[in-house]
Design a protein around this ligand. Sequence first.
Ligand code: DQA
Length: 151
Amino acid sequence: MAREAIKVLVLHGPNLNLTGFREPDLYGKKPLEDIDADIKAAAERLGVEVRILQSNHEGVLIDTIQEHRKWADAIVINPGALTHYSIALRDACVSVRMPIVEVHLSNVHAREDFRRHSVIAPVSVGQVVGFGGYGYVLALEAIVNLQTEVL
Ligand code: DQA
């Protein structure tokens, strides 16, 4: 019997709706819609089902994570600035008991000190940082590899 498609929830946090416009030297010139189109194309190629949401609101991100606890097999999240301080978002990630991959468009380790600290990283399988929107594609590939090799 064919294996069911892996289901991945992809979340973009605060200000990522302005990707392409906001600080393009750091975050790239590609608008979020184009990044999302690349994610969908990669998902199709990998046989992964994706749902994608961007929100500027911590509570909406947390609600969405909770609502997908039965649907999703894994979560790819770029929490934006919430990365650095949101214990509530971290607790939501832990609560749903599934692999979390943290993505950042920029190389957060090569920037201000406060961006080097992530409250999400310790509850993630791993981070993909510094590859712009392509980081989400790498994260999807990592999840597929995890599901076939480890889980
Ligand atoms: C970011 C890095 C964060 O420090 C910042 O607050 C963002 C974007 C990134 O994708 O590089 O909003 O998550």
